[in-house]
Design a protein around this ligand. Sequence first.
Ligand code: ADP
Ligand code: MG
Length: 523
Amino acid sequence: MPSNARAGSLKDPEVAELFFKDDPEKLFVDLREIGHGSFGAVYFARDIRNNEVVAIKKMSYSGKQSNEKWQDIIKEVKFLQKLRHPNTIEYKGCYLREHTAWLVMEYCLGSASDLLEVHKKPLQEVEIAAITHGALQGLAYLHSHNMIHRDVKAGNILLTEPGQVKLGDFGSASIIAPANSFVGTPYWMAPEVILAMDEGQYDGKVDVWSLGITCIELAERKPPLFNMNAMSALYHIAQNDSPLLQSSHWSEYFRNFVDSCLQKIPQDRPTSDVLLKHRFLLRERPQTVIMDLIQRTKDAVRELDNLQYRKMKKILFQEAQNGPNAEAPEEEEEVEQFLHRTGTINSMESSHSVPSMSISASSQSSSVNSLADASDDDDGAEIAMMQEGEHTVTSNSSVIHRLPGHDNLYDDPYQPEMEPQSSSSAARRRAYCRNRDHFATIRTASLVTRQIQEHEQDSALRDQMSGYKRMRRQHQKQLLALENKLRAELDEHQLRLDKELEAHRNNFSCRGRETGQEASGYL
Ligand code: ADP
Ligand code: MG
């Protein structure tokens, strides 16, 4: 594929065959936003042909840098198309509509990071072992095909209803190893990725490092150095000793596993294949570990969503009665109490997640490394912020997700036809849920809403930044024009002055001569 192919161009048959020709709007229904990234949003949906539940990642290639976005889409689709393993997300096809690619995949309940977000406490060691085992099997498969994931972290390890672990998000993946580009999410990046310059090359072992960091993330809720800014963290990872598990209560097996993953020198670090034989993973554990964890998480999500729902309802009710500044103290307390009961240390407000950032900047010397890393990356740098969507109210471990921009769920209970005065709160909720599709998830409504807001704030910030940059460019242009004008005026003045001076000199010398002649005449 020529790297300069225009966005949306299907002239190249190799590109054209990546996409189904059908109109996705006609095939997929009940779309509910469940995740959000800088590329667009991820939706829950149902395929009308077989009633199958799917996830759809909508990736727009309109607007700025549309050609680059188009290349990213082609890269991700090509990658997903190749994958066939129980521990990698199943790809179902891609469709195009209105400058947006609809990337259809199997539906997952959420990610390992959502587990941390819901419970607000570390996972248990057996749970970490089960998740790590699944992810490592997926990685070993990728590595055996010379592919590298390059963005391994809890947020990209997805879980399915029957308790399978799936690697997701192949937006940063490399189709060939070794590779040499600076790609990934800072805190999870291996030292050799950070140090990879013109001559630097790395392989699948970078994923092993990131998996070690992910183990710490699952054990401590955040990866090491998360309190630092990304740039300082990168410097720290490259320069300092590897991180360790903080608490001493973890088993020797677990510590040793993390220690092996986090060997700074790639040659000392085991391959994914070798690590699969580690005792931490092979130790016996109940088969239902992940299923139990999922059930626990769904229950917590249902509770949290119901509390949040009641809280919002009360706030809206009080607002309607007393004006916008009214508060709902008891409901606030109720949410706090629930979070404490479930082991939450922070309040809902203080636990806002920092949006995950993927930096994808291509090698500085594509000419030197173009052979080694040919289909690896595109030029330019990209900062992608992961965000999420809008939804609410649960019933039987299911959450009803709503499309943002559509009727607000929290408004509805106050519409007369939805809200008969006599009904109890539960009945009201049931009435409200009537005719809505339910689907299983381990993401709370507030998480999805918050991530959408963060995304909006982020876009607002990006807009502000680009507005600022535009203004700066304009000012610079004006300044330059003014400078040129002044310089021209200065030159003109200078020229005039020079001429005047010349004229004066001439005058003076003429008069001098005349005076001299006059004087000599007297003599
Ligand atoms: P990004 O590049 O923004 O990280 P991802 O592919 O990781 O994009 O998707 C963003 C989020 O969408 C994920 O963290 C996850 O919550 C959700 N998501 C992605 N794929 C699926 C899927 N197949 N099933 C369910 N949720 C998904
Ligand atoms: Mg992701």
